[in-house]
Design a protein around this ligand. Structure first.
Ligand SMILES: [Zn+2]
Length: 180
């Protein structure tokens, strides 16, 4: 459960040969790009990663991620808790050229040296599985929105219109007075 169980880097020279496993939680502080689409920094991200080599000596990273975070509801713009869950099926490659030669079942993850930044890799997977828009499930949010944008604004518009006209009339009367 401890955040310290996820190291900053994995050594790609060793971890695939050793068939290493890394699992634990990542604090949102370590995922600044992902946090930009969140309502706050309250939440949790847990990951399970398995490193292996296949027969073709491709370096595979499989596993899963789960996150519970708060985003903004696109209807009422209030925070909304969502759960994310996704499988991870990556193959580590050195460059774009190697990425093109991969089997379609793996997504390439480019790492040019032997230091694989784990938080950065997980962050990208989190961003990819985020829903484009999120809404509250309950009708509360919908009825609140109707009240705010419907009845309330129409009432405002009506009252400001009725306020404006007597002023305009007064002003034109005044103008007429001073000009005569
Ligand atoms: Zn809502």
């Amino acid at each position: 459960m401890s955040d310290s169980s996820i190291p900053a880097y994995a050594d790609t020279r060793k971890i695939f040969l050793q068939e290493g496993n890394i699992s634990g939680t990542l604090s949102l502080d370590r995922l600044p790009r992902f946090c930009k689409s969140l309502a706050d920094k309250n939440g949790s991200v847990s990951i399970e990663l398995k490193f292996s080599l296949n027969n073709a000596k491709e370096r595979l990273i499989s596993g899963s991620l789960r996150a519970e975070v708060n985003v903004f509801c696109q209807r009422c713009l209030k925070p909304l808790a969502i759960a994310l869950a996704d499988d991870i099926n990556l193959a580590l490659v050195r460059d774009e050229e190697a990425a093109k030669q991969l089997d379609a079942e793996y997504d390439p993850w480019i790492c040019e040296d032997h230091k694989l930044d784990l938080a950065e890799m997980v962050e990208e997977q989190l961003i990819l599985c985020m829903p484009l828009v999120s809404y509250h499930d309950s009708g509360d949010c919908l009825s609140l929105k109707n009240y705010v944008s419907g009845a309330h604004i129409e009432e405002d518009a009506a009252s400001s219109a009725s306020k404006e006209s007597p002023f305009a009339v007064l002003r034109s009367l005044k103008d007429n007075d001073s000009s005569t």
